[in-house]
Design a protein around this ligand. Structure first.
Ligand code: AN7
Length: 355
């Protein structure tokens, strides 16, 4: 029987990934996410170019992390590991917990206490991971995870594990396959800097394979309170409403700087107010609900348009890394609205509508 259903990124892009016939593929059919053209948003910000959002929030655990995690957990399984571990600002842990459950492996996640969005916490608990909230930030959690990895008793599935980056690069392949070309500009949020490293690698590999005939410029954005790469030094106490990118000392720093240099790219920082404004605007103009970290590149794009950096007619992609429902607290607070409570009567409802 010919199977035509989508079976995940390893199955689809095996020739570009370090897998063999012996690799047990642990997949939740991640990838194949929509690339949505958003004209209303571009009009609202005064641009004159084509903008496409890669909606990674539609992955199985609602973030881009699933692309790297299918690889990391499959390779861990292949090696016979029994326990996977990660530090996380929430999405890596949700993804690790899900793929470990499917692989019948134990999962341990270290999270910064009190700084994890509600949906992400619910995921790790539901998938059955041993969930440890440390009294410290992500960078401190990652330090502990690195030390535990050195004992050889656990398999680290943070992006310091190189196969994570391999899996994540498949999103670049999909963008090129969906557009039938490479974009001129690629906007994305930067936290631990694994994803900017991964996307750049994906574009380079597709270029070498002659699937595309140009390379995009990589434009990364950090939150102003957590902008070590922009500021050129680690940040001891990072802070931002975009908790996913509340990271002061990115593991893939060099990968990011290489991508920026080689692509003639740009790294900038955007304030929490700018992030929340973009977060609201994309929801209200396009019906696309993303988590605050994913709005950072949109805030960056608004700045880039004001600076006149995006030539007319350019093809621009931006990565919407995580779904808006991950962080319902932030959404409810930011929306500026509360439900209007009325008696269960038609007249009362009409009064609210103004008809
Ligand atoms: C929605 O989950 O680091 O620059 O531990 O969840 O590759 O780190 C999450 C990062 C962007 C930044 N958008 O990507 C974690 C974690 C969302 C994220 C990023 C993250 P990287």
């Amino acid at each position: 029987m010919k199977i035509s259903r989508w079976q995940g990124v390893i199955n689809h892009y095996a020739e570009y990934l370090p897998v063999t016939d012996k690799t047990p593929v642990i997949s939740l059919c991640e990838g194949n996410t929509p690339l949505i053209r958003v004209k209303n948003f571009v009009d609202a910000i005064g641009g004159d170019f084509e903008l496409y959002l890669k909606y990674e929030g539609l992955n199985p655990t609602c973030s881009f992390k699933d692309r790297g995690m299918t690889m990391a957990v499959s390779k861990a399984k292949e090696r016979g590991a029994e326990v996977v571990i990660c530090a996380s600002t929430g999405n890596t842990s949700a993804s690790a917990a899900a793929y470990a459950a499917r692989a019948k492996m134990k999962c341990v996640v270290l999270l910064p206490n009190g700084k994890i969005a509600l949906g992400k916490m619910a995921q790790s608990l539901m998938y059955g991971a041993t969930t440890i909230a440390i009294e410290g930030n992500f960078d401190e959690a990652l330090r502990i995870v690195r030390e535990l990895g050195e004992t050889g008793k656990v398999e680290v599935v943070n992006s310091i594990n190189p196969v994570r980056i391999e899996g994540q690069k498949t999103a670049s392949f999909e963008i090129c396959d969906q557009l039938d070309r490479a974009p001129d500009f690629h906007f994305l949020p930067v936290g631990n800097a694994g994803n900017i490293t991964a996307y750049w690698r994906g574009y380079q590999e597709y270029f070498k394979s002659k699937k595309i005939d140009r390379l995009p410029r990589m434009f990364g954005f950090q939150a102003a309170g957590a902008a070590p790469i922009v500021d050129g030094a680690p940040v001891a106490n990072p802070n931002t409403v975009a908790t996913a990118i509340r990271i002061g000392n990115p593991a893939s720093w060099t990968g990011a700087t290489n991508a920026l240099k080689e692509s003639n790219g740009h790294i900038g920082k955007v304030t929490d107010d700018e992030i929340l404004a973009a977060y609201t605007l994309i929801a209200r103009t396009e019906g696309i609900f993303v988590e605050p970290a994913s709005a950072a590149p949109l805030a960056g794009l608004i700045r880039a348009v004001k600076q006149g950096w995006i030539p007319r007619g350019s093809v621009v992609t931006a990565i919407m890394t995580g779904h808006g429902l991950k962080d319902p607290d932030c959404a409810i607070q930011t929306s500026g609205f509360a439900p209007v409570v009325v008696p269960a009567e038609k007249a009362a409802v009409m009064k609210v509508i103004g008809i």
